[in-house]
Design a binder for this molecule. Sequence first.
Ligand code: PGA
Length: 253
Amino acid sequence: MRRPILAANWKMQKTIAEAETFAAAFLPLVAKADAVDIVLAPPATALHALGQALAGSNVALASQNVNPNEKGAFTGELSPDMIADVGCRYAIVGHSERRTLYGESSEFVADKAAAVLGRDIRPIICVGESDDEREAGQTFAVIGEQLQVSLAKIPKDRAADIVVAYEPIWAIGTGKTATPEMAQEVHAMIRERLRVMFAADGDAIRVQYGGSVKPDNVAELMAQADIDGALVGGASLEAESFSQIVNFDGGRA
Ligand code: PGA
């Protein structure tokens, strides 16, 4: 049984004060959610302060990005050591906004994923097809290729420490959620690929769905056999709304 994982990706939103206000409101609302993993990924400027606010709680800190190199001339970047230093236990890598806006390749994503694992930070490795790719019937081919390359450097014995996020680009921030059946179809294909790549160890890898997840659609998505969690943008910005997503099965979670 894979433990559900609900993660918030705040993208370029929230100051330090806003992140602290969120934590103060959010932590009491999810204090009883002990059967799920809860993750918050603030912008880099708020990592340290939010990490302090979450200390001792059941909520883990994540970075939205990382550079795979240890140190050196990489202006504007943060190393795995640096995000470990502020308390990150997860790092989102290969988000579609980074792939499309900043030209990040699956090879680069593979380096990031392997680098953070080396620091005992769990990578949340994002994959997803565009509208055009789906229209052209290329969804499985695109996702298959992204998985093959982005996960190529994960040692077999660390499979359980990675998370995959399936985020169809056409559903991100658009209000257009994939139907649970559409999402499940791709998740089942991802599960098959993970079994091919990692054999039985692949069954431990959690696969999140992302793309316009909200309090009112999370339960039906989570009810799908191969959906193990959610990566949430817009609906994670308010404590009330993200807490409802975390408590998706009515608080029993
Ligand atoms: P959204 O973003 O929930 O606002 O669609 C999801 C994501 O990009 O991770």
